[in-house]
Write a protein that binds this ligand. Structure first.
Ligand SMILES: C[S@@+](CC[C@H](N)C(=O)[O-])C[C@H]1O[C@@H](n2cnc3c(N)ncnc32)[C@H](O)[C@@H]1O
Length: 204
């Protein structure tokens, strides 16, 4: 966890400047998410990074609690929210397991580009289920590392050894869907922008 924090703190300035790799896919994910969001909803985003997605969704809901392990990511996110005059996002440093949220206190949870980075994704999914109100939605976007091209797959361990890549879990889509359904979720929407990632909306 300490290593992960340090990695993401170090990556934050570069991550903030990085261009979105597939703008059309990003916009489609935003629009699918917004088909679900409701004006009186309380939303949790974990692994919010530099806050861009939370800021975009903020006018659609009552409140967003956006959490991240990296203080540096959150510093950038807070500044971006301030610059955009957004005042309904609360940024908190910590993980799903560390922060004490009341059970069934959120209408939606967003976990975007994060599940494959966690040491214990199963525990995170169970926690998301516990934090959602009945009927609440979990929106996730997850990399399927085993579907990436061979060169990229081979380079990941080397980059990890050099401290240039974080821990990653090699989810298959089947494994990911099974993890969600085992936790109690019902899959409501599943979309693959490409073969190495999957966007899922799951309902409690
Ligand atoms: C790949 S970035 C994704 C950021 C954002 N969700 C996006 O889609 O651009 C992963 C983020 O998750 C954060 N993170 C990594 N492990 C975490 C954990 N256990 N709990 C909360 N945040 C975590 C990192 O600091 C980083 O900001």
């Amino acid at each position: 966890m300490k290593d992960s924090k340090a990695f993401w703190d170090k990556s934050a300035p570069r991550y903030a400047k990085r261009a979105i790799s597939d703008q059309a896919a990003y916009e489609k994910k935003l629009s699918i998410t917004q088909e679900y969001l409701q004006q009186d909803w309380s939303v949790l985003e974990f692994g919010c990074g530099t806050g861009s997605t939370a800021i975009i969704h903020s006018p659609c809901v009552r409140k967003i609690v956006a959490i991240d392990i990296s203080a540096k990511m959150l510093e950038i996110a807070q500044q971006k929210a301030k610059d955009a005059c957004v005042d309904n996002i609360e940024f908190l440093q910590g993980t799903l397991q560390e922060l004490a949220f009341a059970p069934e206190s959120f209408d939606a949870v967003l976990g975007l580009n994060i599940l494959h980075l966690l040491e214990n994704a199963d525990a995170a999914v169970a926690k998301v289920y516990a934090l959602l109100k009945p009927g609440g939605v979990f929106v996730s976007s997850t990399a399927l590392i085993d579907e990436m091209n061979v060169a990229l797959r081979l380079v990941i361990p080397l980059m990890q050894f050099l401290g240039l890549a974080p821990h990653v879990r090699r989810f298959s889509k089947k494994e990911l869907l099974s993890m969600l359904t085992k936790a109690g979720f019902v899959i409501d929407k599943e979309w693959q922008p490409d073969k190495s990632s999957v966007f899922i909306v799951a309902k409690k």
